[in-house]
Structures are given as structure tokens and as C-alpha cells.
Ligand binder design. Structure first.
Ligand code: KE4
Length: 426
């Protein structure tokens, strides 16, 4: 008898491409049937078969306070009784913008949008409009959403311009994107020496989370800042994932680098569709209706999403929130590494703030090439053993994981014990 998850997946594929509304959810990298989630509460989610899991995906980062947090749900419920959307300014949007600008010194002005893709797409258009230049620099392994200029893979040789990495992206557009190696300071220097006067912007995940977790070399971020300042290019920190996840001052505070523009998402919406881009006044004032760079959105600043975001940000501002979240995330990584070592498994793990990376290789990777040399089969075996045991990790070896404030020490210990059994079974 097929499970309810299988029944829903079969029905879903009749009406939705691949049965999912975002590709990674289809489990094509790990195989098997994705659980169809019916509810979340705190650190756990429950699927259509009634099976519960400790959740280390957290909707890919937003659920930092845990699922269905009473204060977040209450804020949404109370707001909804006064209407869902007006397409007109509301006071709550001002309160959220004020809060973001207070928490991030690099934000003079901020614009709310509905997704991380919209935020990065708008920031890139703004940087191009501000500089009058076309060339965009990104890094292989970093993901910034699915706007055309970002779905580009590296050219054939070093410093050659990009080619489309997705169907439907015009080659004429892709060639305006230069794809470099993450953490390669010399490569950045060569690119600026050769093209600096034409570079509109560099967009980077200041802590990479879309090629699994890869930390920046401090000289890498410092180098980007220096070159962008020297050539008048816009430095965009894409903090959609790291924003208010690695700490209250985000990655820019952790590494002490002030970007010109920042994109945010995930945590700032608390699980509702909300993202943002913001930065230096001189640049942000080029956005409509003040300046010539157009950007708009029917549901931008949506009252329910703003209510959820404000409630979430107020929760994470609590004294000690990140110290405790960081301790629990590190405890998880240390526990998994110790369990792997006891069974001779080739495994490493690291965390920063409330996000972590698990690697089926001896050392934590520092480059995309090192990430790609991970043992993907070993990851898949671990993933399914843990899923069967009720521990839900990202269904891909190239994704970061997330701990919430709702994961307590017992939950972490339960996951480590399940990993001990998984590593023991090979
Ligand atoms: P969205 O358009 O998915 O809201 O955000 C795009 C985005 C932009 N920048 C960064 C650094 C991101 O991590 C993301 C989205 N992250 C993925 C997780 N790898 C979302 C999961 C998915 O695509 O379903």
C-alpha cells in the first residue's frame, strides 16, 4: 500500500512540474519520495503519514524561532483581521524599515520585496543604473535566486565571460556576467585589473550557503571591498541566507565589511514571503520613484509578511539569543563529527551562528572545487538513514543546514544518537 506521501506526490506531478513548486524539494538529488508536510511546531514537522521529524531545514532558513511560534502566529492572526493587503503604504512597513536600518549600519534606505530573487535582481539593476556599467561579477557555487543575469556559468577560460547555466537565458545577457572562483583573491585582482572600469557590481554570499557552507577567507572579503572602492563598482552582499542567521549584525558585522548594497530575505519574513534590498543613500535614491531605476511590486511590504517579520526580528533581538543558538548549532556539529570519528567515517562539519555544513570529506571545504569532491553517495546514505529515523536534513549535499531556537539540547542529543547508528551501519 503506497504511503500518503507517495499518493500526494503522484497527484502533485499531474498538476505541478515535478510535483513541486521549487526544484530542490523533489528529492531528485537524493532519490525517494519527499514527505508532504502537514504541520510544523517548534523544532518538528509532521508529514502526511503522521511521521514527525526534527527539522534542520527550517524552510531553508526563515524559521529561526521555530515553526508556528506563538508570537509570530498571533501577529499574523491579529493583522489579518484588519485586512490582508492594501497596495498602499502602512505604518508597519516603516517600523520594519527603521528596525533593519538600526540593526545594519550599512543600510541608509531599504526597499521591501517578496523574494530573495526579487531583491538580488533589483540590486543588480540598481548597481548597473547607478554606475552606467553592464558587467556583473559573481562566484561559482554561489546562488542568488533565478533572475537571468545570475543563471550563468563560468566561461571556457579564466576571465572569459559567462554562458547561460539555464535554458531560456540569452547568451547576449549571460556574457555580461563574469564568474570567478569563491575565495580566489588573485582571480578577483586579475578580473579588476582587466575589466575594473566596466564592472558595475560584484555580488557575493559573504558566507556561502548554496554550495554547502563555505566560509570566506577574511582577505577575500577585504579584497572585494578594496577593489570595488578602487574602481567605483558596487559591492553587493547577498545576505538572504546569512542575514540575521549568522548573527544579529549579519555576516557584514561578523567580518567587519561594509557593503554598498545588501540583500535580505528568509529570517526577515519569519516564514512569510518577504525580502529586501538596501544600502547607501546615494545609490538607493536612484530607485523609482526618486530616480531612473524602476522597481515595483503589488504585494511588496505585505502587512501579514511584515507582521511576521517584525515579530521574528523582535524575538532574535533578545539578549543571548544568538549565543545560545550558536552553542546548540556547534554542539550538533561536534556531536556528529565525534560520532563519525568513532565509526571511522570520512566526515567533517562546521557551523557559524545558527547555520551549519556537513561534509563527507575529511576537511571542511574552502572552495567550490573542494565541495564538489565530496562523497555524494555517502551523503545520500546518511540523508536517508537520518530521514527514516526522523531527522530531516536538506535533500542535497550542496545545501547548508539550520538550527532554530526551538531545538533544545535533548533534540540535538537525539539527532547525534541517530547519526551514531547511521555511521555505525555504514
Ligand atoms: P528566493 O527567491 O528563493 O526567496 O531567494 C533566492 C536566494 C537568494 N540568495 C541566497 C543567498 C539564497 O540562498 C537564496 C535562496 N536559497 C535557496 C536555498 N539554497 C532556497 C531554496 C529553494 O530554492 O527552494
Amino acid at each position: 500500500m503506497s504511503s500518503r506521501n507517495q499518493q500526494w506526490f503522484e497527484r502533485a506531478r499531474k498538476y505541478i512540474p515535478g510535483g513541486v513548486n521549487s526544484p530542490v524539494r523533489a528529492f531528485r538529488s537524493v532519490g525517494g519520495t519527499p514527505p508532504f508536510i502537514v504541520r510544523g511546531s517548534g523544532a518538528r514537522i509532521t508529514d502526511a503519514d503522521g511521521k514527525s521529524y526534527l527539522d534542520y531545514v527550517g524552510s531553508w532558513g526563515p524559521l529561526i524561532a521555530g515553526h508556528a511560534h506563538p508570537e509570530v502566529v498571533a501577529a499574523i492572526r491579529e493583522t489579518a483581521t484588519r485586512g490582508l493587503s492594501f497596495g498602499a503604504p502602512t505604518a508597519a512597513e516603516v517600523e520594519l524599515a527603521e528596525l533593519l536600518c538600526r540593526l545594519l549600519p550599512s543600510l541608509d534606505l531599504v526597499r521591501l520585496v517578496n523574494s530573495g530573487t526579487e531583491a538580488t535582481m533589483s540590486a543588480i539593476r540598481l548597481a548597473r543604473g547607478h554606475t552606467g556599467r553592464d558587467l556583473l561579477v559573481k562566484f561559482e557555487g554561489c546562488y542568488h535566486g533565478h533572475s537571468d543575469s545570475l543563471l550563468v556559468k563560468a566561461g571556457s577560460g579564466l576571465l572569459t565571460f559567462g554562458h547561460p547555466s539555464s535554458g531560456g537565458v540569452p547568451a547576449d545577457l549571460a556574457r555580461h556576467t563574469l564568474v570567478l572562483d569563491y575565495n580566489d583573491v588573485e582571480g578577483v585582482d586579475r578580473a579588476f585589473a582587466q575589466h575594473g572600469e566596466r564592472i558595475a557590481a560584484v555580488i557575493v554570499e559573504p558566507v556561502a550557503g548554496n554550495m554547502n557552507l563555505v566560509l570566506p577567507r577574511p582577505e577575500f572579503l577585504r579584497g572585494l571591498r578594496a577593489q570595488c572602492s578602487r574602481y567605483g563598482s558596487v559591492l553587493i552582499f547577498d545576505e538572504v541566507m546569512t542575514g540575521f542567521r549568522v548573527g544579529l549584525s549579519c555576516a557584514q558585522g561578523l567580518y567587519g565589511i561594509l557593503p554598498d548594497l545588501t540583500t535580505l530575505g528568509k529570517v526577515i519574513g519569519g516564514g512569510m514571503p518577504l525580502a529586501a534590498f538596501g544600502g547607501r543613500r546615494e545609490i538607493m535614491e536612484k530607485i523609482a520613484p526618486l530616480g531612473p531605476v524602476y522597481q515595483a511590486g503589488t504585494l511588496s511590504g505585505n502587512p501579514l509578511a511584515v507582521a511576521a517579520g517584525l515579530a521574528t526580528l523582535r524575538l532574535i533581538e533578545a539578549p543571548g539569543f544568538f549565543a545560545e543558538l550558536e552553542r546548540r548549532t556547534r554542539t550538533l556539529c561536534d556531536g556528529l563529527s565525534a560520532a563519525a570519528a568513532r565509526h571511522g567515517a570520512t566526515f567533517s562539519a562546521r557551523s557559524v551562528g545558527g547555520m551549519f555544513g556537513l561534509y563527507f570529506r575529511g576537511e571542511c571545504p574552502q572552495t567550490f572545487a573542494e565541495v564538489m569532491r565530496m562523497d555524494k553517495e555517502a551523503f545520500n546514505r546518511f540523508f536517508h538513514a537520518m530521514l527514516d529515523a526522523g531527522h530531516y536534513f536538506a535533500p542535497s549535499p550542496f545545501e547548508a543546514g539550520f538550527v532554530s531556537a526551538a531545538h533544545d539540547d535533548d533534540d540535538i542529543a537525539e539527532t547525534v544518537a541517530a547519526a551514531e547508528r547511521a555511521f555505525g551501519n555504514g
